[in-house]
Design a protein around this ligand. Structure first.
Ligand SMILES: [Zn+2]
Length: 171
């Protein structure tokens, strides 16, 4: 058993040392409570990418084995995939619809993992200068800081650091 673990570790280390080096670095350094959201706007559409240590949403990072943990993962994943616009401001984004969304969890050893949400959103009207009231921290209080990076065509990225339960940002 120990030998098997060692071999697995060696394989993992070798593969990470190669092409996945950069990736390993980002996971190893992840800071619990620090969540990033990238919003890329093109006219009336945007792509949203949320990256977070799993702990901020599930309250744990190991593989879900108990029914309780599996249930938590299922509930949170469903919530993020379907309701992310609610936590950005359902009123301001009332003309918007999630066209597709996917979420995956990536593990780093036994004790750490990250979740990645990717959603593609389409709105009826142009998104420029809309004000959003962000309430993700109210729903998931383990988040200490949510960094939102907003990019629009040909303009510089705007970076917002959301630290309270309800904070306004302008697209
Ligand atoms: Zn972790």
């Amino acid at each position: 058993m120990k030998i098997l673990t060692l071999i697995l570790l060696l394989i993992t280390t070798t593969s990470f040392a190669g092409k996945h080096k950069h990736h390993k670095k980002s996971l190893a350094k992840h800071q619990h409570g620090a969540v990033t959201m990238q919003i890329n706007i093109v006219k009336n559409e945007f792509n949203l990418e949320l990256t977070s240590p799993a702990e901020s949403f599930y309250e744990f990072e190991h593989t879900a084995k108990s029914d309780k943990d599996k249930n938590t993962v299922e509930m949170v994943n469903k919530d993020l995939k379907e309701n992310i616009l609610t936590y950005l401001d359902s009123a301001s984004l009332s003309d918007c619809k999630i066209m597709s969304s996917e979420l995956k969890q990536e593990f780093e050893g036994k004790n750490h993992s990250e979740i990645h949400l990717n959603a593609s959103v389409k709105c009826e009207k142009d998104l420029a200068s809309r004000k959003l009231s962000v309430t993700l921290l109210e729903k998931y209080p383990r988040i200490e800081m949510l960094q939102i990076v907003v990019t629009k065509e040909a303009s510089k990225a705007d970076i917002f650091k959301v630290k309270s339960k309800k904070e306004e940002i302008t697209l």
